[in-house]
Ligand binder design. Structure first.
Ligand SMILES: [Zn+2]
Ligand SMILES: [Zn+2]
Length: 308
């Protein structure tokens, strides 16, 4: 399930943001207003080790959440884990953080949805987290990590795990600490039956969403032979499938076609609909759309093999 085959509404969600309850600049009520003005429907406040349960407003559904630390493959590897919608206040350990498996289990026991944050920024290796039971996915893009040190893009980690049959989903987030400077750069479009905490959390568990830093993905249709994508005007649309395999359409006068056929363009020649050939027997496939400014959107895997 990727959201494109589901009924319901699309909700623009900020799923990683900080307030004065940890190291963010704005108090929780002001952050809610900030994201409402920026056109978001849902905000998960994820302060470090403080579960923030600010009141929802008419515009903005607030999901109480927290960002936790975990040991990931040894004490020298500090991982950050988003506990979205968790119902219990966490207690920070007095000395070492717990292993990732224990932190994820605690999140699940307390009704939360666990996603591993900014794997590239954290310097994690895919082998350190891809076997963790109950972990739902990672952040494919973390705007704050990109703005600060150029390590916001975790697509390689995601692809390594998908290639090995792990069906992880991936969020795009701001991880905002200084709203106005580092907010509104990345979001997750959730497809849910309604705007409620329960429905959004269920969609995050099922993969019914896509991440974006700009492009809109309007539809994705998959059959045995091809994937057909409709999107906002794009410079390229890619089927990322596995090593040395895949397909891509590139816009432009001599736009290089790789196993693709452009079905519609806007008046400037940018791609608005495309058919991408589905390679035979690849372990996974996901769609990535890029616009003229290099902003990207990422669907969840359209299919995956079973983990071996
Ligand atoms: Zn973090
Ligand atoms: Zn954070």
């Amino acid at each position: 399930m990727t959201g494109f085959d589901a009924d319901g509404v699309w909700l623009r969600c900020a799923l990683h943001a900080h307030t004065t309850n940890s190291d963010g600049d704005l108090p929780p009520d002001k952050l809610v207003r900030h994201y409402a003005w920026a056109g978001y429907d849902v905000l998960a406040i994820t302060d470090h080790w403080v579960r923030t349960a600010e009141r929802s407003t008419r515009e903005t559904l607030v999901i109480p959440s927290v960002e936790l630390n975990a040991q990931c493959g040894g004490p020298e590897h500090d991982a950050h884990v988003l506990a979205l919608g968790v119902a219990t206040d966490p207690v920070a350990p007095e000395d070492a953080f717990a292993p990732l498996e224990e932190v994820v289990a605690w999140i699940l026991e307390n009704g939360g949805v666990p996603y591993l944050a900014h794997t590239y920024w954290s310097g994690l290796r895919t082998e350190q987290w891809e076997s963790c039971p109950g972990l739902l996915g990672i952040e494919v893009w973390n705007a704050g990590c990109e703005l600060e040190i150029g390590r916001g893009d975790s697509t390689v980690h995601w692809d390594e795990a998908l290639e090995r049959g792990r069906g992880f989903f991936a969020l795009a987030t701001d991880d905002s600490h200084h709203p106005g400077y580092d907010s509104g750069f990345a979001w997750t479009m959730v497809r849910a039956p309604e705007k409620s905490q329960e429905a959004v959390l269920a969609a995050l568990r099922e993969g019914s969403f896509y991440g974006s830093t700009g492009p809109e993905i309007r539809s994705v249709e998959v059959d045995d032979a091809a994937v057909v994508v409709e999107c906002s005007p794009a410079a390229s649309v890619t089927l990322v499938a596995s090593r040395a395999r895949g397909a891509r359409a590139n816009a432009g006068r001599l736009g290089y076609p790789k196993d693709s056929r452009i079905l519609a363009r806007d008046d400037r020649g940018l791609i608005t609909a495309v058919a991408l050939e589905r390679p035979y027997a690849v372990p996974y496939g996901r769609i990535e759309v890029a616009d003229e400014r290099g902003r990207r959107a990422w669907t969840n895997p359209l299919w995956t093999a079973t983990a071996g």
